[in-house]
Structures are given as structure tokens and as C-alpha cells.
Design a protein around this ligand. Sequence first.
Ligand code: GLN
Length: 550
Amino acid sequence: MASSKYIFVTGGVTSSLGKGIISASLAKLLQARGYSVTIQKLDPYINVDPGTLNPYEHGECYVTNDGAETDLDLGHYERFLNVPTSQANNVTTGRIYQTVINKEREGAFLGKTVQIIPHITDEIKRRIQILGETGEFDIVITEIGGTVGDIESLPYIETVRQLKWELGSSALVIHLTLIPYLKAAGELKTKPTQHSVKSLLELGVQPDILVCRTEKSISSEIRRKVALFCNVNVNAVIESIDADSIYEVPVLMQKEQLDKVVLNKLKLPLQQEPTLEQWKNFLSKLKYPINEVKIGLVGKYIELKDAYKSINESFIHAGVANESKVIIEWIHSEKIDASNVASKFNGLHGILVAPGFGDRGIEGKITAIQYARENNIPYLGICLGMQCAVIEFARNVLEWKDAHSTEMNSATKHPVIDIMQGQKNITLKGGTMRLGEYTCSLQKGSKAFSVYGKQKITERHRHRYEFNNKFLKDFEDAGMIPSGINPENNLVEVIELKNHPWFIGVQYHPEYKSTVENPHPLFVRFVKAALDFSKVASQMTPGGMSSITI
Ligand code: GLN
């Protein structure tokens, strides 16, 4: 294909309407018709990237293969499309301004006054077109964060206006709005949609397609009304009804023919009708699980489930792969101590300690791990969860009572987790982490090897601290196996226990790589181990599984 087509997705009325899911669903349908598609997110905040943001702000920070710290929507894009994204797929206002200001300092603007239009908008344009210019994609979908009318999004909407003018029929705008149901009136209301389209029009952008989020089905009369007031075709008014699972949305969008309307407007051939066979198979297993398993997720940000988005989704994928429903019990690490751990974990079939930074809740995590280790409960530790497993083992098996990570205690005599020399020299926050994809070599005969079914794997990282190889021999002698090693720098990537049915800690983040079509083997096998454990537990507990409240 000569050049890419561009689809812009904007949002109106309110945030949280699901722009990311609509973009990913549309991309899935276009991909199923044979197009290569990528999705980009433009975030209107001033942070250069979300790496320094507290998870309570915007949820999880998602990491790409090339080590970009990005918005969690990129996780949805990858989970839906099964195609990796990169730094180019997420751009923030901070990054745009940083680039323009750096250029200004270098004298690149030859003494001109640097302004939002054209300099900032040109830089936004360049960032949008970078993906198209790779020649890899037929269609680039650009999701504009925020809501139309926000001061922050103005330069983005202005850029969309300019690009739409320049690209003609090679670009279109999808505007996502809300059609609220007023209970007292017993009616769906179109006025907020009309107003939000007006706001876009004031900025010079006429949307081509309206995707209307609603809790009740919208009638053809409402569709006609919206079309009339907003200058769009009736068939370009698309209903986006609330769904039980985000994974149903591509099928719902197919029913509404969103993909067809888009291709017709872009003057692209429809090609083959998407069957979404694998996807639908996944959905039916998701809806009708045969078994149930209960996993305790221990973390310190559990009040905001989005903070562990990719872990949550990985469990959905792994549950389907095991034809089981995975019920996640969210357990606050700060609330766990030796006196309550048994009651808190009673009835759980697996324990996962989540990634994290800083020492809040650290002792609760270590207590949880001790409980999993001593009671043969399947355990998966991710990043900090792996580091805590190492600390727990050092304290309670090797009996180094002061063992710790130097992140939490820099004075310990047993720094079993420590910052490596190479990282020490980098001091700027946001630049100190080991980020992105690294290879790992798995030990033949280990549990990790059997999980992956191969020796060489690559996984994504986001951390500063590492297993301290100075103590490796002691750990090995006591039964903790370093079953995954980075062949380039010799760092420990995976640990497991010899005398435990299923206990694995990984320094990397497997959750970033799990997709609907490729559920991550670590999660799949962890859920399988939890299922096996539940069967044993039900035989042991008087009253069996019925004693577990689900
Ligand atoms: N805080 C730990 C480190 O920096 C773990 C990071 C994480 O869990 N992502 O190494």
C-alpha cells in the first residue's frame, strides 16, 4: 500500500467511555479483514512519560519491548491485536514540548517566535505520521486522550483539523460520546452528544462517525436524530452498549458494522468478512467456565484495580486457557501480619505478590510469601514479588534475619537484592531503570523450562534492583534454584524452590506479554497449579470446596 490511512478517535461528554477499547476493537476487526493496523495514544498531560506517575493517578504503567513506559491503553492494544507496540505508540504533551524546546535551544527555528501553532502542532503531526511512514501499517488509529473541551487537548484537536484538511479521504474522525438514560424520564437523551459535537465543530472538526456509549439499546429514531443534528450519516451512528467484558466489544462493533463504515469512508476495499473464530471461541470459554479457582493478589495499590491491569487481564486469558474462572481476591499488603495471614489466605488456591516500589507494605508481602512457601500453596512473584521471595528465603531458611533489599534498607549486612554497579551511575529519576526486553536462558529440567517449553525466552523489565549474585551459592545450597539467567550480564531472572510443588519468582513482567491469542505460559501454568491445589485442598478440608465462600 502506498501510504497509510489515519483514523482519529476523540472523546466527548465525559472521560472513561472506553476510547481505548473502541480503538482496539476497531483495529481488531480491520486486522481480521487483512489490514495491518497499529494504534497510538496521545496523552495531554505534561509528564514526559507515565513512568514517574503514581499508579493511583493513571493506573498501571505499561512497558513495551523497546522499554517505553506508556499508558495502560497500549496494553489493551497489544492484548487485542497480538502485535507489539513501541515508544512511537504513546506520546505525551510533555514529550512534544520537550522536543520543541530542545530544538529551540539548538537554534533550529532560526530566530522565529516559537508558537503552539505551527510549532507544537507540527511536532504532534510528525509524531502521528511517524508510524505511517514506517510503511508497516495500512491504517494508523490515533486515540486522543482527554475529553473535547479540555484546555489540554486543544493543540491535539487543532492538529486533527489540519491533518484532516491535508489528508482528505485518507483520514477520518470517530467521536465517542455518551447517550445517557434518564430514569425519571424513562428516556435516552441525545443532547450531551449534540453539544459535544458542537464543541468539536467550534474547533473546526466535523466527526465522520459517532460511537455512542449507552446502557440501553438506541432506536433507529434516536440514530436519525443524532445524525440530523450532528451532520453524519445514519449508518455512521454506532451504538456502543455496556458489555460484561471488554473482549465482547469487537463482536458488538462488528454487529454495528463499524469496520465497514470506516473502510467505505476511507475508500478501502472491504476484503474478507472477519470470522473472529479464535476470538469467539475465547469468548464462549470466558462465559462458560467449567472450574473455578481463587487467587490472592497481594499488593499495595489494590484500591485502584487499574494499577494491576495487565495482571488482571493475564488471569482472564489464563483462566480461559484452563476453562476456569479465576476469582481474584485483592489483599492489601499493609494489612497482612503473622497473626492474620492464615485467616486471610484461607481458601485461596494460589498467591501472587505484585510488582511495586518502596517499602510500604513490604513486611506483609514477605509474610504472605512465607505462608505460601510453608503451606505448599502455588506462588508466583513478579518483580518486587520475586525480590520479596528472595528476602523471605534469606530470612527464614538461611536465617539471615536482617536480609533485605537495599531499596528498603541500605545498611543491611545481607543485601540479597541490591542495585548493580551499572545502574548506580545513573542518578536521574526516570532514567535509572532496566527497561524493556532482555533475553533469559532457562535451566533445562527446571519448572520454568517446563512452563515455557524452551530454553531461550525474552521478557520485559521495569526495575532498578537485582538478585545479588554474591549470595547465590548459599541460596542454591539451601534449595532455591536460579532457573533463569540473563546470558549477557549473568543476572538472575527466575528463581524457584526445589521442595515446593509450584513456587516461581520472576524479575521481569510476564503480564505485559499476555494476549487473548497468546495467553502467557507462566499465568496459564500458575492457574493450572492453583486448580490442582484446589482439588487437593477440597479433599483435605472438611466440607470440601463448600467451605470456601466465593
Ligand atoms: N522496586 C523494585 C526495583 O526497583 C521492583 C520493581 C518492580 O516491581 N517493578 O527493582
